[in-house]
Design a protein around this ligand. Structure first.
Ligand code: GLU
Length: 555
């Protein structure tokens, strides 16, 4: 009977699961090697949580000598979005997460690997073969219920106050005679294929989740859909079939799938397949007021990977931040190994939190500052420019106009034991060092010019001395000179002297330097002035002093 039903439903399927086991033999990998996958549905932007899971998957695979691949789960054609696959692959490539198998490049999409196809909509025949086998074994059956019928079923269940769902005697197609199935098929109707779950089922499902530890759940008793009427599989069935044929172990996935693990385990068992290890990853959460909630695709811009590109966070910073969310020991490892590539962090799935890690922009900023501070000026210039070309073309043009100057600007206080940590991300460049560029300096002094209110002769005398700056002078000599100039102009040598008799002085040395600072940069807060002067060079200094002289004589 089951064989006849299977043939009736799948007359075109001539293969058996055995054929696919032969086609996709076990991988030839060292003992203990892990095979992991990132299995996104192409339904929109890449979530930062998916990126964290991919990082984890790739690390787990590679540190064990295994394989990390990409599988596109495009079985919900209604929710699919244009270019979503390309976006996924591009993000993986950008984040140095290029998979070993599946799509490895875009435009054109190129697929690699012996377990192809890696796109579920291209694997329909495989799912049908496994579904046919399950029907043959009596573990699955066709169901022709319409949405309306299912709705009515639900309402009756509600009215009778019993568990909702398609199961046991509520499953009206569970034991339908072959003749009825044939009638419907002949009328052109297409059934879904459901699992035949034992009912009632008092059994328990017990396993050890690599992250969550001991799991003990009621066994499945619902006749869930395995194949939809268009022959595309549900997530549940595709997971079992694909992760088996592609030899995935462990299955690392979002913990929203934990609830359906009993159904998956039942399906593996019905097919006589070994059950892989599971690692259910808690989603990244954020604090909303005092309550903690999942980072939401709709509400939180920082859920979208694009957010980090736009703000100009280096890939390394985002990756290190995500590793830190995944394994809190990352921080100590980084401190102990400041020069090691983050790709070498020995990640442990067992150390991932059972609870959701909290997203924290302040922490990301700290990490990003450290990462940028560890770059050479040439790297900062190159990465900053690449970002600016896309998001701040004006800044890009300024950086490109004089690459030597650009690199020198980023070299400011970069060398030495404690490099300057003033750039959080590339969109911070203008704020941190924009004053070095004439056009931005002009904008800034046009908007506000915070020159302290001294008489023009005092300011002019200071400007003239700045004009005479000699880069061959040491910092000490220059500072001494400026101090003496201050004294001749009526400023105290230092703040202490000034405080003792404030009415005898115009101000103190710091006030003299403030005149220099504002004239040179248009700002009241800057890195070391001597360094700035050296980078700016004679010509630019002269130009700026002329500009300020004109401004104070003609405000
Ligand atoms: N396509 C599923 C999702 O996007 C994959 C889950 C899994 O990794 O198994 O949630």
């Amino acid at each position: 009977m089951s064989k006849a039903l299977a043939d009736l439903l799948f007359p075109h399927i001539t293969k058996t699961p055995r054929d696919y086991f032969a086609q996709y033999p076990p991988r030839d990998l060292p003992v203990g090697a892990k095979v992991t996958r990132f299995a996104p549905s192409p339904t929109g932007f890449v979530h930062i949580g998916s990126l964290m899971t991919s990082l984890v998957c790739r690390r787990v695979a590679h540190q064990s000598g295994g394989v990390f691949f990409l599988r596109i789960e495009d079985t919900d054609k209604k929710r699919e979005q244009d270019r979503s696959v390309e976006e996924i692959v591009t993000n993986l490539i950008n984040f140095d997460l290029t998979p070993d198998e599946g799509y490895v490049s875009v435009d054109p999409l190129v697929e690699r690997g012996a377990y192809a196809p890696y796109v579920q909509s291209q694997r329909v025949e495989i799912y049908e073969t496994f579904a046919k086998y399950m029907v043959e074994q009596g573990h699955a059956y066709p169901c022709f219920c319409t949405e309306d019928e299912l709705d009515r079923l639900r309402k009756s269940q509600e009215a009778q106050n019993v568990k909702p769902g398609y199961y046991g005697s509520w499953a009206i197609w569970r034991n339908a005679p072959l003749e009825r199935v044939k009638e419907r098929l002949d009328a052109g109707e297409r059934p879904v294929i459901r699992i035949r779950a034992p009912y009632p089922n008092e059994g328990r499902v017990r396993f050890t989740d690599v992250i969550k530890g001991a799991i003990d759940m009621p066994a499945n008793d619902l006749d869930s859909v395995l194949l939809k009427s268009n022959s595309l599989p549900t997530y549940h069935f595709a997971h079992v079939v694909d992760d088996t044929l592609m030899h995935v172990n462990p299955v690392i996935r979002g913990d929203e799938w934990l609830a359906s693990a009993p159904l998956h385990i039942q399906t593996f068992e019905f097919l006589g397949l070994p059950i892989p290890a599971f690692a259910h990853v808690a989603p990244i959460a954020k604090l909303d007021g005092t309550s903690k909630r999942k980072l939401s695709k709709r509400k939180d811009p920082e859920a979208n990977v694009m957010y980090y590109y736009e703000a100009g966070y280096p890939v390394q910073a985002v990756s290190e931040y995500l590793l830190n969310l995944a394994n809190s020991s990352f921080y100590d490892w980084r401190k102990a190994n400041p020069d090691q590539p983050y790709q070498e962090f020995p990640l442990r799935l067992e150390d991932m939190g059972v609870a959701s890690p909290l997203f924290d922009l302040v922490k990301l900023n700290d990490i990003s500052k450290d990462v940028i501070a560890s770059y050479s000026a040439e790297q900062v210039y190159a990465y900053g420019l690449a970002w600016a070309r896309q998001y701040q073309p004006r800044l890009a043009a300024l950086l490109e106009a004089d690459p030597v100057y650009g690199v020198a600007v980023f070299n400011l206080e970069r060398i030495g034991q404690a490099p300057r940590k003033d750039i959080v991300n590339w969109s911070d460049i203008e704020r941190a060092v924009g004053f070095f560029f004439d056009a931005l300096y002009e904008d800034s002094i046009a908007a506000s010019f915070p020159m302290p209110a001294y008489t023009p002769d005092v300011v002019t005398a200071v400007l003239d001395r700045v004009r005479a700056f000699d880069p061959a002078q040491t910092k000490e000599t220059w500072l001494d000179e400026m101090r003496s100039l201050g004294e001749t102009l009526g400023f105290a040598r230092d703040a202490k002297t000034y405080k003792k008799a404030p009415d005898q002085y115009k101000g103190h040395f710091g006030d003299v330097m403030m005149i220099v600072r504002v004239a040179l940069t248009g700002r009241t807060n800057t890195p070391d002035l001597y360094e700035i002067l050296k980078i700016m060079g004679r010509e630019r200094i002269t130009r700026r002093m002329d500009r300020v002289a004109a401004l104070i004589s003609n405000p």
